[in-house]
Design a protein around this ligand. Sequence first.
Ligand code: PLP
Length: 369
Amino acid sequence: MTSVPKPSTALQANGHQASAVRPEVRSTPAYPFTPVDAPFKLDQNESALDFPLTLRRLAVERMLARDWNRYPDLHAETLKAKIGAYEGWDQGGVVVTPGSNVIIKLLTELGGIGRRVLTVQPNFSVYELEGRMLGAQLTRVPLRADFGLDVAAMQRELACGGPGVLFLPQPHAPTGFLDTESDLRAVIDAAGDDWIVVIDEAYHQYSGSDYKSLVQERGNRVSLRTFSKAWGLAGLRLGYALAGAELAENLQKLVSAFNVSTLTQVVAEVALEHPQYVKVRAEEAIWERERMLRELSGLTKLRAHPSQANFFLLRTPDAAHAYAFLLSRGLLVRRQDRQPMLEGCLRVSVGTKEQNDLLLTAVLELDAE
Ligand SMILES: Cc1ncc(COP(=O)(O)O)c(C=O)c1O
């Protein structure tokens, strides 16, 4: 009997995958992040300080008293009530998910599939990736040279019509630029009711801004917030949307059942009962950011861009070299030089005072090379 060689299982599997997976997903690159080990992690805009130890202990104690064999509260109502009270927002307009990235996807599902996704360029890549994978028609409007919104260009784009989803980070990521309320209003007022207008306020504690009142004015607007930055809880994975009750109700339909674990709900509730640390630490980060920007204001070859977030852009003559140089000093930052307008740019998170001192020394040395 002659045996016919079988194609390898891996090859067969790949062949099936090619036709079974939607082309929009296949052609979209994976989220661009490669973890790198380094002593000083200034690459992900996390809080430099961990969730306070006393609160961690309190959360663990509460967890001990919970039933781990039971599903969590379906829609995390207690957590939503606490977020509502903290934000001064009707609980019916709060939606929680494991990270605000998930809400970005759900908002794209809500208003963007087969329709438009409009954002700026450069941008936070998740808006773009979700839009592409969900088959939206993606438009990116370049920012002004100072990284502010090009109001007229945005208005022109919106005048072409929806329906769709408009994503605007305030402060902007990855530049750290905060638009004035009047510029932001001029853009979002130009969006008709067939647009879902998303103001992503992931970093608002570092700019002292709060554009919730703009969201309150119209039922098609959403503010996105996260526990990953100023709350010091990136490992928890929790983000939330603040919207009108009707939009929130429809968004909630897209949230999978039991999507926020008991552990996450308990820790976030503890945080919301003791929110004082967030303000204090955000103020410290702002102070450190401004100190660094002041000390870097005399650079000759490099340039530190002003920022209203817990990170700033450092423009260098050669991003690959600057990245490697900083890494050789144990300082891990994030390259941003592949985006338009960000040639040579690295993004640096604000760290502890000690980490920031090391960064300053290394950058001044780099500038003097
Ligand atoms: C502008 C912006 N929005 C949203 C997020 C996502 O945050 P989360 O950790 O809540 O998914 C980030 C994270 O870096 C961000 O920079």
